[in-house]
Design a protein around this ligand. Structure first.
Ligand code: TMP
Length: 210
């Protein structure tokens, strides 16, 4: 049986991840592998309920951090780890880097506490469970704001000012500095075809696609 593979997708709101996640799922399925597409917060019935609270209800940053990690624990237990154990590919729209970027960077919440929560939820006998690859769609927050404006009714995060997203982007940059090998940083301000070409290149470079 092939080894399971865990790929996550990150970036500020408006960075344009979605079509590429779907495209990559198709490309990987075409190689005969079983692909599970999922997202955070969410991915299980319980985690989707927590998502609804996190995205829509006012709360302090610690409550936000606790809820996203509670959702993550359930998601890992119920869906991600069983799929990886079966040798499947798991593509997840956001994971812990989003917590460090949004709650840590955006909200300014204590990174030490986030590290502690990450250890509680992701420590495994072999070490910290982390994605095999994180594709980071890096986009200037000003451009992201233009893309998002008027598209639909914004949720709690999408409604934040550009300065919030500057801090979120900085949070992602810090995460990449700490774990450079795991990240593929994609310039998301390019035309869609060029972004897609870079996504494919990152996955092929690691031998995850022929
Ligand atoms: P999305 O699924 O539409 O990208 O929205 C999820 C939102 O939740 C997005 O604005 C980022 C935010 N979020 C956090 O604040 N912390 C987290 O840990 C995760 C996974 C997402």
């Amino acid at each position: 049986m092939s080894r399971g593979l865990f790929i996550t997708f990150e970036g500020i709101d408006g960075a344009g991840k979605s079509t590429h996640i779907d495209g990559l799922a198709q490309a990987l399925r075409a190689t005969g592998r079983v692909v599970t597409l999922t997202r955070e917060p969410g991915g299980t019935p319980l985690a989707e309920k927590l998502r609804d609270l996190v995205l829509n209800d006012a709360m302090d940053p610690m409550t936000e951090a606790l809820l996203v990690f509670a959702a993550r624990r359930n998601h890992l237990q119920q869906l991600i780890e069983p799929a990886l154990a079966r040798g499947e590919l798991v593509l997840c729209d956001r994971f812990s880097d989003a917590t460090f970027a949004y709650q840590g960077g955006g909200r300014g919440f204590d990174l030490q506490v986030l590290n502690q929560l990450e250890h509680w939820v992701q420590a495994r006998p072999g070490g910290l469970l982390q994605p095999d690859l994180t594709i980071w769609f890096d986009l200037d927050p000003q451009i992201a704001a233009q893309r998002l404006s008027g598209v639909r009714v914004p949720d709690k995060f999408e409604a934040q000012p550009v300065d919030f997203f500057r801090r979120v982007a900085e949070g992602y940059a810090q995460r990449q500095l700490l774990q450079p090998g795991r990240f593929a940083r994609i310039q998301a301000d390019q035309p869609r075809e060029a972004v897609w070409r870079d996504v494919l290149a990152a996955v092929k470079h690691r031998g995850f696609l022929p």
